[in-house]
Structures are given as C-alpha cells and as structure tokens.
Design a binder for this molecule. Structure first.
Ligand code: SF4
Ligand code: SF4
Ligand code: SF4
Ligand code: FES
Length: 970
C-alpha cells in the first residue's frame, strides 16, 4: 500500500500493559489510559503533542533533556512529562507561556552548540531537533557559538551503512539506550562528564572496530543528524513509503521502504510489524543494494548447450522455447522426465503456481523445495507428534518464558531480531540452556550467561534429548495431568517404558554426547521445573541423519512437561530463509498438496482437480535428491528451478554438478547468474522482493504482505512468468494480480480459508490457521487440544550416524550462518556486508590447530569422503577440540564439496551438520577450486559476450532508426 512519506507517530514512551484504567485531564481533554502510562504518552494518545528530545516510544523514559516539562495542578515545579506517570484525577497543562519560555531556554542551549547548517543538512525536513525548535518558536539564540563547543569533532565514516557526526550530537543518549534495550549489544556509552560527555562506540573506537553489529537501532533512535543512513545522505529525504516484508530470514520483519521515485532511500523497521515491533538487523535494514546491483540480469536468455554463449531473447521467445523443450523432453523420455524446484525465497503465490504448473501442466508430482535441505524434518516430526508442521508460538511469546532451551540454533546471528528479543527476556531473568557444539554468542553475551551449555558432539542430538527426557521421567518431574488430558496415553505408556531404560540415562549417553551427565541432569531439572519452558531450535537439529527423530524428541520433551498450548512455552523451529514455512505450506513437497494434505487423499485430490480442471497423478513425485540421481541415471532431463541455487546450497557439490550437466533443459529463474545458472539452458530473469506483490510466511506462521515498491527490472514479476509458461504448455492460468492466487489458495486450503489481501491490509499480518473459528488467525497453537487430537509420544531410538570421526577423518565439521551473511550469499555478497566477512574460514580449536601445525590465517585443506577444499584457518575456542566449523557463503569456498549425501531417514534432509574430515596445512586452493575458478570465468565470459552482442545489436538498430532510444541497462 503506497503511503505518502510521514514518519511514524512517536508516543514518546512505551505502551503500558496494565489493565487498570486511569482517567486524567490534559489541556482540558479527558483521557483514560492504562496505569503506568506517562503523561507524555497519555497526551499523545489524544493528539496533544508535548515537545521532546530524549524520549521515544521504543525506549524507557530517561528524563534528561527537559524540553517536555508540563504543569500539574498541585505539583510543585514543572515535572518532565516523559518520566511522570499518570494518576487518577490529575490535571495537566502542556501549553502555557511559562512552559514555552522554559522550553525555549533549553533549546537555545542545545542549538548554541549545534551547527547552523539546517538548509544543507542531509536530514533537513527529517530531524526532531529542527522540528522541535520550530514548534517551540525558537527564533534566536542568545549564546554565541564562539565559546567552547563540539562543532569541530570529526565524523566516523567507518561503517559502510551509516555516518556518525558527533558535531551534531545533543547527548540525549537515545542511541546508547537503543543499543542496550532494543538490540542488547551494549556497544555504545556516554563517555566523560558534563561538557565533555560524548557518545562513544566501544572503548573510544570507530564503529566498525567496536562490538556494534550494525542493526541500525541507534540510527533509528537518533533525533538529530548525528547518526544517519549513508543512503539518506546521498539521496536526500524520502518522498513516500510502502510497507513490505524483509526477504532475508524467517523472522519476517516488517519494513517501510522509504522511497524517492523508484529508488529505495532506506528501509525503516515498522513499529507496527508484529514480528519485529520496530527492530531490524543489518541485513534487512541496510543490505538491500543487491536489488539494483550491476550483476542483475534483466533479459531472458537461451542457449543450446552450457558451452555456448547465451543469446538474449524476448520474453515471448524464451517462454515458447522453454515450453517446447519441456514438451519435447516429455515426448521423448516420458511424463516423469521433468520437474521443478521451488524456493523459500519466493512468495507464497509464486511457490503455489510452480507446484500447480508441475501437477497440472507437467502432469506429474516432481516438485520439491529447498526446505528439503533445511526444515523438512520439522514438517515430519511436528506433524507426527502434534499434528501440524509448524511452530506453536508468536515471537512475543518468549516474553513470558521462564526457561528457554536454544538447540542447534544461533539466533543472534541467524535470526537477529528474535535474538534481541530473547536476550531482553534473559536480561529480565529467564534461564537459558544452550545445546550446541559451539559456544554461540548467547552462551556468554553482555549481561547474559547461559545457565547450562551442553556442548554436544555433532550427531548426538537424539542422545541428549533422550537423556533429558530420561531424567525427567525417572525423577518424576513430568506433568502427569497434562499427559493424561492431552496426550495419547497408550503411546505414552510405550514411550515411558522405552525412555526409562537405563541405556538413555545421561551417564550411558555421555560417551556419545560428550556432555557430562551432571550437566544434563541439571538442565533437565531446570527445564522441567520451569513455570513456562520454551524450546527454540534450528538447522542444528534438523540437518542430521536423525533430524526428524530429534524434532520428535523435542516435541516429546514439551508434551512431557506440559509446555504447549499457552504463551511462554512451545516448540519453535527458527526457519532459515524468509519463506520456508510458506514454501512448505504451499504444497511444494512431492507427496503433499497445499496445506500438507497427502496426494493419496481422494477428497483433497478431487477438490484440486475440480478447481484446476485436470486429473492429478496420485503417486508422489521425486524429491530433489531423487531428481539428481535420476538425472545422472539418464531418466530425468528437464528442470525448472525458481530462485534456488542448488549447485551451491546442496550437499556433495560434485554430485550435483554432474546431475545438472546431465540435464537437457535446465531453466533457471533468478535475479543473478547464480552457480546453478552456469549449467542452465534457459535463464528467466527474476524480480527481487522490491519488485513484486505477494506474501511471505515467517516462522510464527505469520503471513505478511510483500509489496511492489519499484517496477520489475525485467518487466515481469515472477508469478507472471510462471503463468506465461503454464499457458504456453497448454495448462491455462489466468490471474491478473497475486491477490487472485491467494484467493484460490484460500478456497482450497482449510488453514488459509479466511486469508485475503484485503484482510492482510486491514490486520497487517495473519498467523494461520485463519478460518471461521479463528477469523483473525491463531497466535498460539494446540491451546485446548492438539491438531492431531491427542499428542503422540514417538519413540526416538538414538542411532549414531555413519558419519563418525575415525583415524582417516578425525574431526567433525559442522556448518552455520553468521550475521552479515545470508545463506549462499547471492544477495549479501553483493552488498557492503562483505566488509565484515570477505570469505568463509575454518574455525578450529587451538589444540587441533597446534597438533597440525596450523596457525591463524594459514590455508587448510579439509578432506572428507566426498571431496576436499581449502579455507583459511581461524583459530577459535568457540568450537571444542575435535570439532571444526565453517559457513557456506562463497561459491569458491566449496563447503558443500566436502559435505556428504548422508541424509535424514524420514525426509532426506542432508546431514550438513556432521561431516567427518581431516584438516591439514596446505599452500594453495584445491584442485576443485582451481577448476571451479576456470569454469566460472568461462561462464562469465559467455554471459559478457551475450550482453555485448545484445547491446551492439541495439546500437545498430538505433542507427537504422534514429527515433529509437537505447535505455540504459537493457
Ligand atoms: S547499530 Fe545497533 S549494535 Fe551498532 S551501535 Fe547502533 S544500536 Fe548498537
Ligand atoms: S548520537 Fe543521536 S541519539 Fe545519540 S546521543 Fe547523540 S543525538 Fe542522541
Ligand atoms: S531479522 Fe531477519 S527478517 Fe528481520 S531484518 Fe534481519 S534478516 Fe530481515
Ligand atoms: S523528553 Fe522528557 S526529559 Fe527529554
């Protein structure tokens, strides 16, 4: 929805959550607000604006600037309205002559030490100091600027995204408090006293050298031009804004894209966004420049073989060519010889259309999604135990948790806005148990110390979960009433006998888990004894050969302790990409129609058959690994890959590359020529999240609007391309707008029954299920009963992975994401986030490094049974001896050259988190890396040739027709 630019209303102090009403009079207006509300906020609620500088509604009141003074009958002097709470019958005056004078005096002092450059200041028109001076009618400043002042202070330009200009600082400390209260990083302080007070990052360091994580909370909070986005300095104050949703992680933060024409000036976290409540991280807040990066490919291209140069073609030709190739392949090799991969980066509507195209146009069920390689075990595990493949809570629910388990997840890096919220709750006193092979930040963050860190050996999650459950049942700490009322008691009895067995005790499991039994016992007692115990987990749980078993183990623990069905508890998978939940919901798996309904269900099939006017194949199609195996076997020949970079993200890269090379028609739809596109025969240019309409569904099941803020660079939104392809293949699709796709989803999917774009516009976002019973969505699931009826305790026998350390491969490699990076890096590598981590490195414990003669920064060869690669060493005690860690952000790192094709027994989710490796000091990159570099530059050359030919062609056409204009970028 387009809105003309107007900063969001600031009520000055946070909302009070009291249910006790208080009535008072402000400037003759009667106001009723919850007890604990400040006078400033009460006034703002009825449109009375009290001037302010040090107050903002995202921070607790501080009371330092003294411009918000008011008069209160019966109260001596003029109290600050931001720090004064309302009282029944209070009579407040906010606008009197005396107050005006007092306030102007204060403002004069501020302005006398402030540069008088408003007209040339980049934030002219978007500055609270300027506005307040205007509102107070300040016309002159009696104190000269020739006395002692701060005007000559140097700017800190170290951060690539924002500038710190201390000459403009009024030392209101909003930035310091934002860093503490909102972000929880404590990177800023006010150094010195009185006149010498100044804002300082770290120990007087540059922002980039300090603890700052570039979340932007201080920039948001700053009422002056002291902390300003570099894009705003460059482009000026925005003209209008559009509310949309971040396209990075599964937190799903809501943003206002603030625009000048079709250019994004900045992304401001939306205070009304229910997933983020006005907070953001460096990716969503600043790293949007990839959308207009010079590497964007904006024209369709085709080629006969991957050794040929690309040929730029029209959309019509590209679509007709693709449809013909797919039809020819099916004719020659059979109906099942083609398929598609959907992406969790795409919108719900786009994903829905791709699976519809496969089922109704390709006539098979060969559709799978990248969730296969991340959270497919969550789907299986939670569906089996609780009946629904999704997390149970809102993020806000953590505010009510007493004990939190974080398992196989690193929220402050991978889900930073939730990480900040969690840290806030922990600072308030909630207890924390971290189960992770690495010492993640939460183990020891400012003002936070994990009560227990169970540093499990990679691959032993199920063993540790069973040991926790064993302690709870053998020490009689379980919630018998909850189990009796809410769970399948027969299944529970079987499970009870299983888990009581001494083989699951922490002592018996210690060898496998590497965790001392006493620690496991203490952690079990802490969780079971919590009023509210909440579990948050990530890919460190799912990406294992027993990923589904571990998810069931987590659900068992929550049911065992009665920690489901209310706020503050629950089982919460933290989804990696922005729309993992949605991609799964939309029927991307080869065995399920939208809404997780199995293809074998005739009633469901009939529903879709009627709507789509086709007969559906009742047999499940191929999963991604099956597609690749079949490609190598010669049975699978055509693939439509939308927004997914399997050549970099999937395990055992050499196997994937061989499979892609075996295809006769690989169609890649993406915004960049990604690694997979280097094997493609058709390239369909994609649209970034800024260029399209649709919805994403986050880890809370929250469906949020994605709104077009600029026209698609390629001329088409992604859903339009799928529609064109379907029509060209003789499978009619007729939508004028993605809202019509959502209407169809709602018609066919019970959990989405009440969802529409109109409702999303009205409510901002909706957590499914949304239906007649829950017309505004469902914040907490399984409240009175589980979706499957009775909760099911699944048996979770621990089976050690085949991928064990041995003499040849004595170390265990595990992988993860870090804050500045997003997955395979197609987006973040094309932003200034590269300033933080230019390459993937190998974290290795000092003991293992020393044993191998490896020093910090050395090249290290890492060999597994799948392959080998070379990375620089980073010696770190974050990993324990025997464990090494890396990220997979840069294609040439070849992280997935070494990961194996071991996978989860139930879902085939790859076991990325455990690879037995050896590390040795080497002097140069691996043979694979050398080959890859060569093949990359060859592909880049083929692309450059195509683009050059196209531009020469355009020039010669222009020569022939002088009226024709060459548009830059075509
Ligand atoms: S950007 Fe975030 S982390 Fe950095 S100083 Fe500001 S509030 Fe703190
Ligand atoms: S940098 Fe901005 S928010 Fe921080 S103290 Fe200075 S004026 Fe206030
Ligand atoms: S936390 Fe996730 S959704 Fe929010 S701004 Fe960061 S990357 Fe985007
Ligand atoms: S806004 Fe109240 S003292 Fe600053």
């Amino acid at each position: 929805m387009l809105q003309y630019y107007e900063p969001e209303k600031d009520y000055g102090t946070p909302q009070s959550i009291s249910d006790q009403p208080v009535t008072l009079s402000i400037d003759g207006v009667e106001v009723t607000v919850p007890a604990g509300t400040s006078v400033m906020r009460a006034a703002a609620e009825v449109g009375i604006k009290v001037p302010k500088l040090c107050a903002t509604d995202s921070l607790e009141a501080f009371g330092s600037c003294r411009v918000c003074l008011v008069e209160i009958e019966g109260v001596k002097g003029c109290p600050a309205s931001c720090t004064t709470a309302v009282a029944p019958g209070m009579t407040v005056r906010t606008q009197t002559e005396a107050l005006g004078k007092l306030r102007r005096n204060v403002m004069e002092l501020y302005i006398s030490d402030h540069p008088l450059d408003c007209l040339t200041c980049p934030t002219n028109g978007d500055c609270e100091l300027q506005d307040t001076a205007g509102e107070l009618g300040l016309r002159e400043v009696r104190y000269g600027v020739d006395g002692a002042n701060h005007l000559a202070q140097q700017k800190d330009l170290s951060n690539p995204y924002f500038t710190f200009d201390p000459a403009k600082c009024i030392v209101c400390s909003r930035c310091v408090r934002a860093c503490e209260e909102v972000q929880g990083t404590f990177a800023l302080t006010i150094e010195g006293r009185g006149f010498d007070s100044k804002v300082s990052a770290g120990q007087g360091e540059a922002f980039m050298d300090s603890e700052c994580v570039s979340c932007g909370a201080c920039v948001n909070a700053c009422p002056t031009a002291t902390l300003t986005e570099n894009t705003l300095i460059e482009l000026g104050v925005p003209e209008h804004s559009v509310v949309t949703t971040c396209a990075y992680c599964g937190v799903g933060c809501s943003f206002r894209a603030e625009m000048k024409g079709n250019t994004v000036v900045r992304m401001i976290p939306n205070k009304d966004g229910k997933a983020n409540e006005g907070h953001a991280c460096v990716k969503g807040r600043f790293a949007f420049g990839y959308a207009t990066h010079k590497d964007r490919i904006t024209q369709p291209m085709i080629r006969a073989s991957i050794d040929d140069a690309w040929r730029v073609v029209s959309w019509e030709d590209a679509i007709a060519h693709t449809a013909q190739r797919f039809r020819d392949i099916q004719e020659q090799y059979g109906r099942n010889s083609i398929g598609a991969i959907t992406s969790s980066r795409c919108t719900n509507e786009e994903v829905y259309l791709v699976q519809k195209l496969v089922r109704s146009g390709f006539g098979n069920n060969n559709v799978d999604t990248c969730a296969r390689v991340c959270h497919s075990p969550t789907g299986y595990g939670l569906k089996t135990t609780l009946g629904e493949s999704a997390g149970t809570q809102t993020f806000a629910s953590v505010d009510k948790a007493d004990v939190v388990i974080v398992m196989g997840s690193n929220p402050t890096e991978a889900h930073p806005v939730f990480g900040s919220r969690l840290k806030k709750r922990l600072r308030e006193g909630a207890k924390l148990i971290v189960i992770d092979p690495r010492g993640i930040e939460l183990v020891n963050a400012p003002h936070i110390h994990a009560d227990h860190h169970l540093a499990v050996t990679p691959g032993s999650n199920v063993a540790v979960l069973n040991a926790l459950a064993h302690v709870i049942v053998t020490e009689d700490l379980h919630d018998a009433d909850f189990i009796q009322q809410r769970c399948d008691v027969d299944a529970f009895a079987v499970w009870m006998e299983f888990i009581r067995d001494a083989r699951h005790s922490p002592e018996a499991m210690a060898g496998a888990t590497g965790v001392p039994a006493a620690q496991v016992r203490a952690a079990a007692r802490l969780y079971a004894g919590a009023g509210n115990g909440a579990i948050y987990y990530g890919l460190g749980v799912t990406e294992h050969s027993q990923g589904s078993t571990a998810v069931m183990g987590i659900a068992n623990l929550a049911m065992l302790t009665g920690n489901l069905g209310r706020e503050g508890v629950g089982v919460n998978p933290l989804r990696g990409q922005n729309n993992v939940q949605g991609a799964c919901d939309m029927g991307s798996f080869p065995h399920e129609l939208p809404g997780y309904r199995h293809l074998s269900d005739e009633v469901t099939r009939a529903l879709f058959e009627r709507e789509w006017n086709v007969t559906l194949d009742p047999e499940p199609g191929m999963r991604i690994p099956n597609m690749f195996d079949a490609a190598i076997d010669g049975d699978f020949k055509g693939l439509y890959c939308q927004g997914e970079d399997v050549a970099q993200s999937d395990p055992n890269t050499q196997h994937i590359q061989a499979a892609l090379e075996s295809l006769e028609c690989l169609v890649v739809q993406d915004i960049f020529l990604n690694e997979t596109a280097k094997y493609a025969h058709v390239f369909l240019p994609g649209a970034s999240f800024l260029e399209k309409n649709g919805t994403f569904t986050n880890a809370e099941r929250r469906i949020s609007p994605v709104r077009k803020v600029m026209p698609p660079l390629s001329g088409k939104e992604d859903w339009e391309v799928t529609v064109d392809l379907a029509n060209a293949m003789g499978s009619p699709m007729n939508y004028q707008h993605p809202s019509e796709i959502m209407d169809e989803i709602a018609r066919l999917t019970p959990t989405f029954q009440g969802v529409s774009y109109a409702k999303l516009d009205a409510l901002g976002s909706i957590q499914w299920p949304c239906n007649e019973q829950m017309p505004e969505g469902t914040p907490t699931m399984h409240v009175d009963e589980f979706v499957r009826g009775k909760g099911f305790f699944a048996l979770t026998e621990y089976v050690a992975t085949d991928e064990r350390a041995n003499r040849r491969f004595p170390l265990l490699l595990t992988t993860g994401r870090i804050l500045s990076q997003y997955n395979v890096g197609a987006q973040t590598r094309r932003t200034a986030n590269s300033a933080w981590h230019e390459e993937d490195t190998l974290e290795i414990h000092p003991f293992d490094a020393q044993e191998r003669g490896i020093a910090n920064g050395d090249w290290v060869g890492i060999a597994s049974r799948a392959g080998n690669t070379v990375l620089h060493a980073q010696i770190s005690e974050r990993v324990k001896p025997g464990v090494v860690y890396t990220t997979f952000h840069h294609p040439l790192s070849g992280t997935n050259v070494i990961t194996t094709d071991n996978s989860d027994w139930a879902t085939n989710c790859p076991e990325y988190k455990v690879t037995a490796v050896q590390a040795t000091r080497v002097t140069k990159p691996s043979a694979w890396q050398a080959r890859q570099r060569q093949s990359d530059s060859r592909q880049q050359q083929l692309l450059a040739e195509a683009l050059l030919t196209e531009s020469l062609l355009l020039e010669s056409k222009a020569d022939m027709n002088p009226d024709m204009k060459i548009v830059e970028g075509t």
